[in-house]
Write a protein that binds this ligand. Structure first.
Ligand SMILES: NC(=O)c1ccc[n+]([C@@H]2O[C@H](COP(=O)([O-])OP(=O)(O)OC[C@H]3O[C@@H](n4cnc5c(N)ncnc54)[C@H](O)[C@@H]3O)[C@@H](O)[C@H]2O)c1
Length: 442
């Protein structure tokens, strides 16, 4: 099946004439899913999905859900038709029928039989995709970082609460054994008092240089830009590369910081309600990868200060990290011992640099995707609940707010806001949406 709607911006506005984007689908009469009230389901019930964004991670998530007998991908949606054929084929091969294909995700949200939405669009679209999905009564598996700005983080968690939705964020490291083991060890107190955490990623990506050109006919560029600032199309600033472009992403601080700082924050917290920094200051710039169209800084050193417990965290985007993996998180105790964890392993190192034997936890956690399916049925909080990963995403944005403004930024966890004005005049805090897009705050 094919949704033949043209998704030009004009049509997008016409479709939502009763209430533009950001409008309450709930109040505009668009059908809501039967599970709107969040009723519990039985373990054998199938969770029916629609996918927004058929890029690398959107389809990776769909594939992971397809490995479960109680999950079904019923519909897919992308604003670039050239990105969908492979996904359509995989889904058709799996179920013996083609998925319902959409270009406009709001049309897909009208399907009452869809229980849950995978948000696999670029970061600058997550907030609207998720809020509209919540309004339509869907649960959401939303990719990380949850949002493009702190303001969007607040709008998204408010919508989740308002519509009582189950939302899992794609920070799958929370369900991966090396990370859960390392976090359990740190939380057990065996490493002693922790005074310092480090998180880092090596970044050497160039997106090259391209002159503005006409978008390919398969891509609705206006809809791809969505609420971001309209800029001329350049082929090296869209798919995948958008994360190194500050109009649509936050560089590797939001892209990988949300994974690696997340582990530090979780280890230093008792549960999913994360410790938050009181003060953040960052320096950096585009100093290494010059003569390139990327504008996200390639070199960053950030210092995050925490109280209760007192500790410091550094976040680095750098060229290399001698003797260590290209990404990772470390916890350093008052007596100089270190827990280091990365994708592939974890280790405990004593103050003399010797590895200390460790034990693996038992049992191995269920997969991140299985955890979401279970929580959709039980209505329990998944392992990477939106509120929790919103806190990590905000930490990333505080780093960018300091970097972009050159100011030290203070955070008040109880007010969930920046203290004073430092850092507020940045896109990491808040951005004006391109008309007619509106960010609704429930
Ligand atoms: N959890 C992880 O480990 C992990 C890994 C990679 C990417 N990600 C996240 O996944 C998301 C997607 O990243 P990617 O690398 O797959 O990007 P991508 O650019 O490859 O794919 C995004 C797709 O979304 C489509 N799209 C854009 N706006 C849309 C809209 N309004 N409606 C429907 N489709 C739309 C694009 O055309 C594109 O095909 C990002 O948030 C990214 O941070 C997570």
């Amino acid at each position: 099946m094919q949704d033949t709607n043209n998704i030009s911006r004009r049509k997008f506005i016409q479709c939502s004439s009763t209430a533009v984007v950001g409008l309450g689908l709930a109040s505009s009469g668009i059908a809501q899913t039967d599970n709107l009230l969040g009723k519990k389901r039985s373990a054998n019930d199938k969770v029916v999905f629609g996918l927004i964004g058929c890029g690398g991670m959107g389809m990776a998530n769909a594939n992971n859900f397809m490995g479960h007998a109680d999950a079904e991908i019923a519909a897919v949606c992308d604003v670039d038709s050239s990105r969908m054929p492979g996904d359509i084929k995989r889904i058709t091969d799996k179920y013996g029928r083609a998925p319902h294909v959409f270009h406009d995700y709001r049309k897909m949200l009208e399907r009452k039989d869809i229980d849950a939405i995978i948000v696999g669009s670029p970061d600058h679209w997550h907030a609207l995709n998720l809020i509209h999905a919540c309004e339509a009564g869907k649960d959401v598996y939303c990719e990380k970082p949850i949002a493009y700005s702190i303001q969007e983080c607040k709008a998204m968690t408010a919508a989740q609460d308002h519509f009582s939705r189950v939302v899992q964020v794609g920070t799958w490291q929370r369900s991966d054994r090396e990370f859960t083991d390392a976090i359990a060890y740190v939380r057990s107190g065996k490493l002693g008092k922790i005074v310092h955490c480090r998180a880092w990623i090596a970044d050497g990506t160039r997106i090259g240089k391209k002159a503005p050109s006409t978008p390919p006919t398969s891509l609705d560029y206006d809809m791809w830009i969505g609420p971001a600032k309209m800029v001329p199309y350049q082929s090296n600033r869209v798919h995948w590369n958008w994360r190194w472009v500050l109009n649509t992403g936050g560089g590797l601080t939001t892209d990988w910081g949300v994974h690696m700082m997340d582990i530090a924050l979780l280890g230093m917290s008792k549960d999913q309600d994360l410790v938050m920094p009181t003060k953040v200051s960052a320096t950096g710039g585009n100093w290494a990868l010059t003569d390139d169209d990327r504008d996200a800084p390639d070199t960053i050193e950030a210092l995050l200060t925490f109280g209760n417990p007192d500790f410091a965290m550094t976040w680095s985007v750098l060229r290399d990290h001698p003797g260590k993996p290209g990404h990772g998180t470390e916890f350093i105790s008052a007596d100089g011992r270190t827990v280091r964890v990365w994708r592939g392993g974890w280790m405990i190192i004593d103050a003399d640099g010797k590895e200390i034997p460790k034990v693996q936890a038992d049992p191995v956690p269920t997969s991140h995707w299985r955890n979401f399916l279970d929580c959709v049925k039980t209505r329990e909080k998944p392992r990477a609940d939106l509120h929790s990963v919103s806190q990590t995403t905000i930490c990333c944005h505080l780093v960018n707010a300091s970097l972009f403004s050159g100011e030290t930024v203070k955070w008040d966890k109880s007010k969930m806001d920046i203290v004073g004005s430092a850092g507020k005049n940045t896109s990491a805090y808040k951005r004006a949406y391109r008309k007619p897009y509106v960010l609704k705050m429930y």
